[in-house]
Design a protein. Structure first.
Length: 101
């Protein structure tokens, strides 16, 4: 799967995007759920989540909280980032799961 990384000013991976044409909201949550130690806190709504939810998933890994969102609700990519918008080393584990998918 293609990923599009974003780095902070220290050149550390901050967040990344994936194409949502290849990976649906449901599939994205399935990939995240398969990561060891992940607890999904918020799932996409059952009906029309793409129509009303920019942030459609929230999950925790080792007390670090991440969100998955579709910026502007009509983007061609999903953004996966720490909820607090600060660097977190667990982002590498999350990225690895998507690279293997």
């Amino acid at each position: 799967m293609n990923t599009y990384p974003f780095y902070d000013e220290s050149n550390k991976l901050f967040s990344f995007e994936i194409d949502n044409f290849i990976c649906s909201r449901k599939k994205t949550v399935q990939i995240v759920s398969a990561i060891d130690g992940v607890q999904v806190v918020c799932h996409p709504k059952k009906f029309f989540s793409w129509f009303r939810e920019e942030v459609f998933c929230e999950f925790e890994i080792d007390e670090q909280v991440f969100v998955i969102e579709e910026p502007f609700e009509d983007n061609s990519r999903f953004l996966i980032r720490p909820k607090n918008n600060k660097f977190c080393n667990k982002i590498y584990e999350v990225l690895s799961a998507f690279l293997k998918a």
